[in-house]
Write a protein that binds this ligand. Sequence first.
Ligand code: ZN
Length: 214
Amino acid sequence: MPSFRQQLETAERWRLFPGRERLEGAAVALTFDDGPDPDATPAVLEQLEAAGATATFFLVGEQVQAHPELAAEVAAHGHVVGLHGFMHVEHDELADPRADLERGAAALAEATGRPPALCRPPYGRFSRASYTACLELGLEPVYWSGWGCDWEPIPAERIADLVIRDVAPGVIVLLHDSARYAYRDSARPTAEALPAVMEAVARAGLELVGVGSS
Ligand SMILES: [Zn+2]
């Protein structure tokens, strides 16, 4: 878990640098950060496809360059693709945040054939400079309103429980299809949590949509 101090700090940044935390409609959006990664992206795609669900993937430029075919596959499945930076670092630490976002957006466009329209910064934290750059580049800032704590080494059942607790009309759920920047060895528990999560969403009478399509 992020520390209480970090969470307070993130909340303060969200107030200063507003972004989309919820959908306008009554649907639910599952979002997957940090990929594409051969570890769990294929399993996540498989689960979504089995349920006929559309999701949103915030891809990391360096991951896209390492696995361009996976990035293309995510887009080919009809999912929304957003930018999660070229490098997965705190934007405060970037000497030139605009260059990082431009490089990331170019990597995504090259691999998927489409420039991204959405941007979620690593750790959900923009700097003033990166927020300005994001808006100037025409990218919509996106945060979240629910999560599965799936950067921690917790089992699929626990991830599902945490997400299901947050299922409500308009919620944007933060999940991860790569463990590369997390405290766990694999992101596969996230993929394994999806059937229970998607069943709960359906039981609540809610539709799964990509961010920006509702
Ligand atoms: Zn991330």
